[in-house]
Design a binder for this molecule. Structure first.
Ligand code: NAD
Length: 362
């Protein structure tokens, strides 16, 4: 049995609270037959800046590179908002994704049956949705150079960023998306703005060529991002896998999260060729940090993704997902997914309920 090293990066705000609940699940898993896990913890984001003067200490990167998987909470908060961009907590997150070359972000949006009525959309629109958004994560406009704010000769200031994609960057994430579609319902929708942006016209060309060449069994379609934003609300069941650029994926996956009821429910996996990082898609939620009310389920479900994609334990992943489903079916809800007639619980009680559901199953 191979020992697997997991690096825990709680980060800032609710990150510490929700990760503590996911760590309970990880420790439970560590005692399961067939899984031999060791854990390390390190700093990232604002807490790293406070302790070490940088949002991404070298030591954190080194430990992440040598880990089999990384679990991250969230980074950021108003305390650090006045820092220079290069020192902000969010730079820590972008930095670690870049350092580990995590170019492929998988964001599933699935509705748990007990939460059908928690979605702001009508039940008949969201019932049965099962979408996998594959977002390019290490290139595009969030990383392109030149970038900055300059002062023009006439005194006006001008901000600028650069959207670039090379063929290899497009092809490697598209390949992951085709593979994901192959494991699902064999449908892939590539989202771009090829009518306006040259770099995404190239995106469309490369995705089309790869599909025709290597994945004729996957039905490939293309959609402009503005239409995709609309279709996600109008008829979300039409989507199986979506593949898109870094910024479009950032926005569309948050939109898809609302189909499922709450951003507090959605996990993600960020995969490279050698490393993987798992995190909820939400941020550090400064408005509720420290109150013990944050929903830990997205982070716990991120552990399930870790089991599937890094620890080769899909059965354990399912066990966790079913435990979450049973807890929801019992009527337990954190504030963000609260419904009439349900029982409202805090972060720790929700984590304990998942643990109890896991124990009961044995
Ligand atoms: P956010 O995701 O932190 O919060 C958006 C809203 O969703 C808030 O009302 C919040 O209370 C709620 N929410 C988020 N997670 C929740 C949970 N688990 N349970 C219950 N409610 C939850 O986004 P924001 O407010 O735009 O950003 C806050 C900070 O987080 C900023 O500093 C931002 O840069 C950072 N951020 C970090 C990440 C990350 O670490 N991956 C992602 C997005 C934003």
């Amino acid at each position: 049995m191979n020992n697997k090293k997991i690096l825990i990066l709680p980060g800032d705000g609710i990150g510490r609270e929700i990760v503590a609940e996911a760590v309970k699940v990880l420790h439970w898993l560590g005692q399961r037959p067939g899984l031999d896990l060791t854990f390390e913890e390190a700093l990232i984001g604002g807490s790293a800046y406070d302790a070490m003067g940088t949002p991404l200490p070298d030591e954190t990167v080194a430990r992440a590179k040598s880990a089999d998987a990384v679990l991250l909470g969230a980074v950021g908060g108003p305390k650090w908002d006045s820092l220079a961009f290069s020192l902000r907590p969010e730079r820590g997150l972008l930095g670690i994704r870049k350092a580990l070359d995590l170019y492929c972000n998988l964001r599933p949006a699935q509705v748990f049956a007990p939460l059908l009525d928690a979605s702001p959309l009508k039940r008949e629109v969201v019932e049965g949705i099962d979408i996998m958004v594959v977002r390019e994560l290490s290139s595009g406009i969030y990383f392109g150079t030149p970038r900055g704010v300059e002062t023009l000769p006439d005194g006006r200031r001008r901000g600028f960023n650069t959207l670039t994609y090379s063929t290899d960057e497009i092809e490697r994430v598209a390949r992951r998306a085709f593979e994901a579609a192959r494991r699902r319902r064999h449908k892939l929708c590539s989202v771009d703005k090829a009518n306006v942006l040259e770099s995404t016209a190239l995106w469309r060309e490369v995705v089309s060529d790869l599909g025709a060449r290597e994945y004729p069994d996957v039905a490939l379609s293309h959609m402009y991002v503005d239409n995709a934003a609309m279709q996600l609300l109008r008829h979300p069941r039409q989507f199986d896998c979506i593949v898109t650029t870094n910024m479009f994926g950032d926005i569309l996956s948050d939109e898809a999260s609302m189909l499922t009821g709450s951003i507090g429910m959605l996990p993600s996996a960020s995969l490279g060729d050698h490393n993987a990082l798992y995190e909820p898609i939400h941020g550090s939620a400064p408005d509720i940090a420290g109150k013990g009310v944050a929903n830990p389920l997205a982070t716990i479900l991120s552990v399930a993704m870790m089991l599937r994609y890094s620890l080769s334990a899909p059965g354990e992943a399912e066990r966790i997902e079913q435990a979450v489903n049973r807890v929801l079916a019992k009527g337990l809800r954190t504030a963000d997914i609260m419904q009439p007639g349900a029982t409202q619980v805090g972060t720790v009680a929700m984590g304990d309920a998942v643990m109890q559901a896991l124990d009961e199953e044995n």
